[in-house]
Design a protein around this ligand. Structure first.
Ligand code: CAA
Length: 273
């Protein structure tokens, strides 16, 4: 997600710093940026100089200090509260005192993430992008209890500057998108587990019957079965309703390491990925 956000910013004329503690992740991000821009040139969607200029707007760094003058920071680390809280504390001291501190979390409470930051909690906001970031138009903007009006207005404008459509939601687990999407994905696993239909047929029914670009099981592989599982656990814990608890078959696939596209096997197999 971070790579997609950096690329979208760069293509919108905004200077971007992609920061990761892992240099291999940065190399992977750079390769993704180069490949995506080269393909856009090949398909005559952008010119070669525009692609080169976009790439030149991205710096790849391992330390927050390299980007200390940034106006916005969008954290896109793994969906674990403790990891994100540590990163937010580091962000608070690394960046300017008026920088917006956004998180791309898909289910964790913005209010909770901001809780250790004192008065700076007013600068913390959810900026939830969708995969693949360069193609998906929505940014779900989530206000925590302490998020200021100014932070919200600046974030809505940044999303527009990125060519996206921001839509505001309140800070409840899963916000709107995953609160609605995850139970549907979970139900598709139950339909498969109970033998209502084969995975291909469940997906085909939803693809053709509801005009979805991907069926729910294919989408689960695309998102990552572990990510779906973790989001459902947050929804279940925070909202307290059994309907959010992940289907046993989904849990089993995660336990088996079948996480979807990224492990070449989830609901389906992807030998060429
Ligand atoms: N980055 C940049 N460009 C990409 C891309 C990526 N990651 N993936 C695909 N593209 C480009 C392709 O290069 C291709 O470009 P050209 O037309 O120039 O060749 C174009 O997009 C279309 O790609 P494909 O032909 O491979 O495939 P497609 O037409 O089936 O579209 C899709 C692929 C956009 C992913 C489409 O299937 C889709 O919209 N799927 C649903 C995605 C979705 O629901 N995302 C939200 C997930 S939920 C989430 O992210 C939030 C959360 O909290 C869990």
């Amino acid at each position: 997600m971070g790579s997609g956000i950096a690329l979208t910013a760069a293509q919108s004329g905004i200077r971007a710093f992609q920061i990761d503690v892992n240099t291999a992740a940065l190399e992977k991000a750079k390769a993704y940026h180069q490949k995506t821009l080269a393909r856009a040139v090949e398909k005559q969607k952008i010119t070669e100089p525009d692609a080169a200029a976009a790439l030149a707007r991205i710096s790849y760094c391992t330390a927050m200090a390299d980007a200390k003058d940034a106006d916005w920071v969008v954290e896109a680390a793994t969906e674990q509260v403790d990891v994100k809280k540590k990163i937010f504390l580091a962000m608070q001291s690394a960046f300017k005192s008026d920088a917006v501190l956004a998180t791309n979390t898909s289910s964790i409470s913005i209010t909770d993430l901001a809780s250790a930051l004192g008065a700076d909690a007013s600068r913390v906001i959810g900026m939830h992008f969708f995969n693949p970031v360069p193609l998906m138009k929505l940014v779900e903007v989530i206000k925590g209890i302490a998020t200021s009006e100014e932070t919200t207005a600046r974030t809505m404008q940044l999303a527009r500057d990125l060519g996206k459509t921001p839509v505001a939601a309140n800070d409840r687990a899963g916000f709107v998108s995953n609160r609605v999407l995850m139970p549907m994905i979970n139900e598709a696993f139950y339909a498969w587990m109970e033998g209502v239909a084969k995975p291909e047929d469940i997906d085909q029914i939803m693809l053709l019957g509801c005009n979805f670009p991907m069926g729910p099981l294919r989408l689960a592989d695309f998102i990552g079965l572990d990510v779906c599982h973790d989001i459902m656990m947050v929804l279940h814990k925070e909202l307290g309703q059994p309907k959010f608890f992940p289907c046993p078959l989904l849990r089993q696939l995660v336990q088996a390491g079948r996480l979807g596209d990224k492990t070449k096997r989830g609901v389906y197999e992807y030998p060429s990925k």
